[in-house]
Design a protein around this ligand. Structure first.
Ligand code: TPP
Ligand code: MG
Length: 358
């Protein structure tokens, strides 16, 4: 039996809900920027939400994650399954994440940097860095330490397919394989690394093929189908937790827009429009909706309620999302807008030793 077949109706509906939350986060930030209420670059996860939701859903609170620029919703969606308002949940709050995006003092890094450049040891989120694939060796070290202390945590690292062309990607995988470390390398293969197509990054048709060379498990998931992602990641998690070592889970998907919003216009030129259309044809919300209808979990009017799929941020409205999703983001955004910027005197904090114990 596939792991997803053991999910309850409530779990399946919660997964659907989480897809909306991830999509709305994206849509809403784009709107906020267009309205002039937000500055900085946005790296959209539109059309890739099933990779985040499906991979996070089966984790335990003791597990670690390591998201990067394309995975912003992961920071607040970690442990969502255990209740958004559960104080013991080990994900960041939407207020913290919005403060990070708005560069305000209540962000985890007190506004020292923006976007995904945050982490939290207590919440088991490895700090994102700009160096592609650079978090994989860190993840290997974290779970190595956990094992030495008797733990059984796994770590999911998120990487674009562009990361796989980095030397450190291969060194880190080799190290994790030799030591049988429970590191699951998710490759969000969205076909493009900035303006470089995947065939210029990887000479094999599937990135997952790389796993063979390291003697590790390599799986391919349909990145548009949240349940397939869940199944493949849970297979890798079970394999790793049992002491069999690391895995690559390649999720085939497609980047909806530009690399960042500064690249949106260019990405309409360097990517043929037929390719964009084909890549966005299977919206993860639509794929999940159909599955829930087939299972009999969405019936009557609910089948066609809140049609967010297939719409760009400019076309989607609040009415396309469940009201509690809009409310959740409203709360985070209003908090961030009212949160102050840090005092200038704080600039030295965490940079120089200010006395006290070392
Ligand atoms: C080692 C390194 N080289 C170059 C860059 C600049 N850079 C940032 S993101 C990016 C493209 C990433 O593409 P991919 O890994 O496919 O992820 P995606 O953005 O598609 O999710 C590049 C080249 C970097 N951050 N790190
Ligand atoms: Mg990519």
């Amino acid at each position: 039996m596939k792991p997803s077949q053991a999910l309850s109706k409530e779990d399946c509906l919660e997964i659907f809900n989480q897809l909306y939350l991830a999509r709305y986060f994206d849509v809403r930030l784009i709107k906020e920027k267009k309205r002039g209420r937000l500055r900085g670059t946005l790296y959209s996860s539109h059309n890739q939400e099933a990779v985040l939701v499906g991979s996070l859903f089966g984790l335990q609170p003791t597990d670690w994650i390591s998201p990067i620029h394309r995975d912003m919703p992961a920071f607040f969606m970690k442990d969502f399954r255990f209740g958004v308002d559960n104080p013991d949940r080990l994900g960041m709050s939407i207020e913290e994440v919005c403060c990070q995006v708005w560069g305000k003092v209540d962000s985890p890094g007190r506004a020292r940097d923006n976007w995904s450049h945050i982490g939290s040891k207590s919440k088991k989120i490895i700090h994102s860095t700009s160096m592609l694939a650079g978090t994989i060796p860190v993840a290997a070290g974290v779970v190595y330490a956990d094992r030495m202390q008797g733990g059984n945590a796994v770590c999911l690292t998120y990487n674009g397919e562009g990361s796989t062309a980095q030397g450190i990607f291969h060194e880190a995988l080799n190290y994790a394989a030799v030591h049988k470390l429970p590191v699951i390398t998710i490759v969000e293969n969205n076909q493009w690394a900035y303006g470089t197509p995947v065939e210029m990054e990887c000479p094999t048709p599937d990135v997952a093929d790389r796993a063979k060379g390291y003697g590790m498990l390599g799986l391919i998931a349909d990145g548009q189908d949240v349940f397939d992602v869940y199944d493949k990641v849970m297979e890798a998690v079970a394999h790793a937790r049992a002491g069999n070592g690391p895995a690559i889970v390649e999720c085939k998907t497609f980047r909806a827009y530009g690399h960042g919003d500064h690249d949106d216009d260019r990405a309409m030129k360097y990517r043929p429009s037929a390719e964009i259309e084909a890549g966005r044809k299977r919206d993860p919300i639509a794929v999940c909706r159909q599955k829930l209808i087939d299972l009999g979990y969405l019936t009557g009017d609910a089948k066609n309620a809140y049609i967010a799929e297939g719409k760009n941020a400019g076309d989607a409205t609040n009415d396309d999302f469940p009201p509690h999703v809009v409310e959740y983001l409203n709360k985070g955004i209003e908090f961030a807008i009212q949160s102050p910027v840090p005092a200038a005197e704080e600039a030295e904090q965490w940079v120089f030793w200010n006395g006290g114990s070392k």
